[in-house]
Design a protein around this ligand. Structure first.
Ligand code: 6GU
Length: 271
């Protein structure tokens, strides 16, 4: 997978040379290039932003600089030549006011050949930039990574990239560990808790059933813990479950937690 990142702080992405992401690059699985947006400016101050039209605080990133940069990285020098878009990267803009980036998006994007990230700073980027590239047939995405505000898109891009690239075939040493994770698949639940040896540590024992060697019982214990924890922490994920996909024991557990499970999705019973 080819990954281009445009930022006014390209050095930030040197962290991509560490850990599993660095190994994936060394293996040739990933090719990450960070570009400096200021390389596409022509003025002496290398300015990339301007005041917001309509007034207000902060600065907005200018469309002209971005378009010169993106035209080049997308491989179309002039808009009229943009008809043959096969092999065009997915263009992704981090934006705190966009839809949430989810595991589903990460999974979808892990199959792409080429991703191009545009990191905004200041109060954001001119809204015509994503609109324009969409109008040219480019697959443009805008994503937020959560309900809080960061100074710029760099951290958000590194979060999205880690979520995406670890799902690529050959990236993980043990692909099985991906299968059981929280937020994967339709029936997304928070994961059960994990323990390792010793069985008793500082007077605290691991749950006895985990030592029983009875795989059926262990699986049921973990499944019930996943349901219980999800009910406490993320009841919205319980509401999104498909009742048809629940087994008898799941239903029993959910009913004991105060859910009605006979409709399409679980419904919380009035307290
Ligand atoms: Cl994608 N960008 C910024 N600046 N802040 C954020 C965000 C993105 N997602 C959450 N907060």
């Amino acid at each position: 997978m080819k990954i281009d990142i445009v930022s006014v702080f390209p050095e930030y992405f040197e962290v991509m040379n560490l850990s599993l992401m660095g190994k994936a690059q060394a293996k040739g699985l990933l090719e990450i290039k960070a570009h400096n947006l200021r390389d596409w400016t022509h003025d002496v101050h290398h300015s990339v932003d301007d005041t917001p039209v309509g007034g207000g605080a902060g600065m907005v990133m200018k469309p002209e600089v971005w378009s010169e940069c993106l035209d080049e990285l997308l491989g179309f020098s002039r808009p009229s030549e943009s008809s043959a878009l096969s092999g065009t990267p997915v263009l992704i803009f981090p934006n705190p006011s966009a839809p949430l980036f989810t595991q589903r998006d990460a999974t979808e994007l892990s199959h792409a050949d080429h991703l191009l990230f545009g990191c905004g700073r200041y109060e954001g980027y001119d809204a015509r930039i994503p609109d324009y590239y969409r109008s040219q047939g480019v697959d443009v995405r805008e994503y937020s990574i959560g309900d809080y505000v960061l100074n710029g898109g760099e951290v958000a891009v590194s979060v999205m990239l880690e979520a995406i690239t670890r799902l690529m075939p050959g990236f993980m040493g043990n692909p099985d560990s991906i299968v059981e994770e929280s937020y994967t698949g339709e029936g997304a639940l928070l994961e059960h808790r994990q323990y390792t040896k010793p069985a008793v540590w500082r007077g605290i024992s691991v749950p006895e059933v985990l030592l029983s060697g009875n795989h059926g019982k262990v699986d049921r214990f973990r499944r019930d813990e996943a349901l219980t924890r999800t009910n406490e922490i993320r009841p919205d994920l319980i509401e999104a479950l498909d009742c048809k996909a629940l087994d008898k024991a799941d239903r029993k557990t959910l009913m004991a937690l105060g859910w009605e499970v006979s409709a399409t999705h679980p419904r919380r019973l009035a307290d």
